[in-house]
Design a protein around this ligand. Structure first.
Ligand code: NAD
Ligand code: TYD
Length: 351
């Protein structure tokens, strides 16, 4: 059935994979990709779908209430998949207000626009909010985050995402808006902006620059292949019950230092370096303020109810990721000029 779906943040890392999956899998859907094209948004991520008849791009800023309201007068949306956000913890420590604006105000602008447009007629409608496991806080050695773990966000980023999750739930309970939420662990794969650990390390290893490891490198993250996240989003969008929350994770916990050693091994092989050469670039630097120790996601609800499982082993996924970055040097060159250099200088100069 013909449907019009708004995907926000579709020019970013995860959003571009979701846009591609929906444009290619659902020729009957008109996909509208709304993105402000901040430093993290890049239309080069979507060149392969840009000319498809069921795809349109709209440049707009979700913090601007009027421009969002105008968009909702031009289009009649059946569904909204909301990924647009400020997404990097270190930037949130440097500039929290930007996260409040985009992640909280931006989300409520979309909720309001959907509520006004749908006006109580919710048949076939869906507002899907994409969130993070970081809202649950930080784990010790044991345990995993489940959907009922109390929220305990600790960074300006995770606090702003937690606030947006709460608003989405409030619109379900107060106005019956047909919402679903998912909270996912750390994603990796093609097109990730090189402020995040894996692409930053790949870029630095390639250019023989130090690989900055915060603290002792013993913090643990649960890594998920980005296309597995996109597949989960597809399933949840189409099959979840309104008001539900699903955790999505890779069942794949790594300390940062072990991950970086594995990446160095792969890079040595790909770049024809002597074994151990890239690991010499590892440099321990001042820890991140309030650095969450461990994230681990229990995604058994999603596996049990919707039959989702991660498809890729981490070693295989890391190798594919390295191959992608080495084959897409121009992509990297475009985004590591200008603003990135200033960011990198501020973030790493005095650590
Ligand atoms: P990203 O930073 O790569 O992309 C964010 C996109 O949002 C960019 O295209 C940017 O231009 C756009 N954007 C930012 N501010 C905007 C605004 N005011 N108006 C319109 N567009 C705006 O982020 P990502 O890593 O792809 O994350 C996407 C979503 O998934 C976010 O909501 C994030 O919280 C969530 N998430 C990310 C991860 C992860 O590991 N990256 C894990 C779990 C959840
Ligand atoms: P990141 O990719 O920023 O994701 P998040 O903070 O959302 O988990 O960081 C992943 C882990 O890597 C996190 O524990 C912080 C650490 N890290 C470094 O050690 N050095 C770096 O330069 C960066 C960007 C991250």
């Amino acid at each position: 059935m013909k449907k019009t779906i708004l995907i926000t943040g579709g020019a970013g890392f995860i959003g571009s994979h979701v846009v591609r999956l929906f444009v290619n899998s659902y020729p009957d859907y008109d996909i509208v990709n709304l993105d402000a094209l901040t430093y993290a948004g890049n239309l080069d991520n979507l060149t392969d779908v840009a000319d498809k008849p069921n795809y349109q791009f709209v440049k707009a800023d979700i913090t601007k209430e009027k421009s969002i309201a105008d968009l909702f007068t031009r289009y009649s949306f059946d569904g909204i998949i909301h990924l647009a956000a400020e997404s990097h913890v270190d930037r949130s420590i440097a500039d929290p207000l930007a996260f409040i604006r985009t992640n909280i105000i931006g989300t409520i602008n979309l909720l309001n626009a959907a509520k006004i447009q749908w006006n109580g007629n919710f048949e076939g409608k869906r507002f899907y909010h994409i969130s993070t496991d970081e809202v649950y806080g930080s784990l010790g050695k044991d345990g995993m985050f489940t959907e009922t773990t109390p929220y305990d966000p600790r960074s300006p980023y995770s606090s702003s995402k937690a606030s947006s999750d709460m608003l989405v739930r409030a619109y379900f309970h107060t106005y019956n808006l047909p919402v679903v939420i998912s909270n996912c662990s750390n994603n990796y794969g093609a097109n990730q902006f090189p402020e995040k650990l894996i692409p930053l390390a790949i870029n630095n290893i390639k250019n023989n620059k130090p690989i900055p490891i915060y603290g002792k490198g013993d913090n643990i993250r649960d890594w998920l292949w980005v296309d597995d996240h996109a597949r989960a989003i597809d399933l949840i969008y189409h099959q979840a019950k309104n008001g539900e929350t699903y955790n999505i994770g890779g069942i794949n916990e790594w300390t940062n230092i072990d991950l970086i050693h594995k990446l160095c091994e792969i890079m040595d092989e790909k770049l024809g370096r002597v074994k151990g050469e890239s690991a010499k670039l590892i440099t321990f630097v001042t820890d991140r303020a309030g650095h969450d120790m461990r994230y681990a996601i229990d995604s058994s609800k999603l596996q049990r109810e919707l039959g989702w499982t991660p498809s890729l082993q981490f070693e295989e996924g890391l190798e594919k990721t390295v191959d992608w970055y080495l084959a897409n040097e121009i992509w990297m060159e475009h985004i590591t000029s200008g603003e990135y250099l200033k960011y990198y200088e501020n973030q790493y100069a005095n650590r």
